[in-house]
Design a protein around this ligand. Structure first.
Ligand code: PAF
Length: 283
């Protein structure tokens, strides 16, 4: 596995791979890898000849007072896991190399980014969309793989690719869960043992939504109320949002007759967890 730490070297390596006729699969990450990331590597490998994985804790997608400083980092661990997973190129740039001190250009998605996570993290998607655009320009992927746990992110990235004509296919990989149902996240290590137990309320709230939908309930307010109740049972949990939105437009819906995204963000002290499920009318 080749390790690249400068943007220019990455771009040259990607250009050389492309000139050699090789299809590049790309998995962007912020590191502290877990089974979820490794499952995305598998998908990328299936669709490409070489897999590039980026490790970059992107400061511009964290707002003031968020957990940038506490975001878990362990390069050596990530290097070993990447190598074992069959990553061909590990791209791990420094922040100073990624952003000029006087950087003044950003990429903004103006519609899908407004609600859900964007409502409580108003600069988050500007940071994500900008860094993903930069990473696409550096890694030149034919296919890029994103996890479905970040439901809003993947929809925003698809919009970025559509609207700015990036020549890359976006593929999503299913959320990978711990045996007890908690969605895998690099942030889970920051939970105390008590918070870790109570964090199961995210999955429980989604289970309630799915059970209600299966039983024929289509009233979004009633489904939401049941989810709120599931999270509110846990004293260490603070609801950031619980939303029921159209799966495509991400606009709030009153009824779940069309494919609907049920998404929630819950805080445990400074650790904010997200999860989601898609309710289909036939389910
Ligand atoms: O999903 C993430 O880990 C990040 O938002 C991403 C896509 C790597 C951009 O920094």
């Amino acid at each position: 596995m080749k390790i690249i730490s400068t943007p220019l070297e990455m771009q040259h390596a990607a250009l050389a791979m492309k000139r050699g006729g090789r299809r590049i699969g790309f998995v962007p990450t912020m590191g502290f890898l877990h089974e979820g990331h490794l499952s995305l590597v598998k998908i990328a490998r299936h669709h490409a000849d070489v897999v590039v994985l980026s490790l970059f804790v992107n400061p511009t997608q964290f707002g003031p007072g968020e957990d940038l400083g506490r975001y878990p980092r362990d390069f050596e661990r990530d290097r070993k896991l990447s190598e074992a997973a069959g990553v061909d190129v590990l791209f791990a740039p420094e922040t100073a190399a990624m952003y000029a001190k006087d950087a003044s250009v950003a990429v903004v998605e103006e519609n899908l980014s407004r609600g859900l996570c964007g409502a409580s993290r108003p600069t988050h998607f500007r940071g994500v969309v900008t860094v993903v655009s930069k990473l696409f320009n550096l890694c030149l992927p034919d296919v890029a793989v994103f996890g479905e746990k970040d439901a809003q992110q993947i929809r925003v990235i698809r919009r970025l690719v559509r609207d700015l004509n990036f020549p890359v296919e976006i593929i999503s990989g299913p959320t990978i869960r711990e045996p007890d149902g908690l969605a895998m996240s690099s942030r889970n290590v920051n939970l105390s043992p008590a918070e870790r137990k109570q964090a199961l309320c995210l999955r429980r709230a989604l289970d309630r939504a799915e059970v209600l939908q299966r039983s024929g309930e289509r009233d979004a307010a009633r489904i939401r109320a049941s989810m709120v109740e599931a999270v509110a049972m846990e004293p260490l949990a603070t609801i950031d949002y619980i939303e029921i939105v159209d799966d495509e437009t991400l606009e709030p819906v009153a009824r779940t007759d069309r494919p609907t995204l049920v998404a929630l963000a819950v805080k445990f002290s400074k650790t904010r967890l997200i999860d989601n499920a898609v309710l289909k009318p036939g389910t």
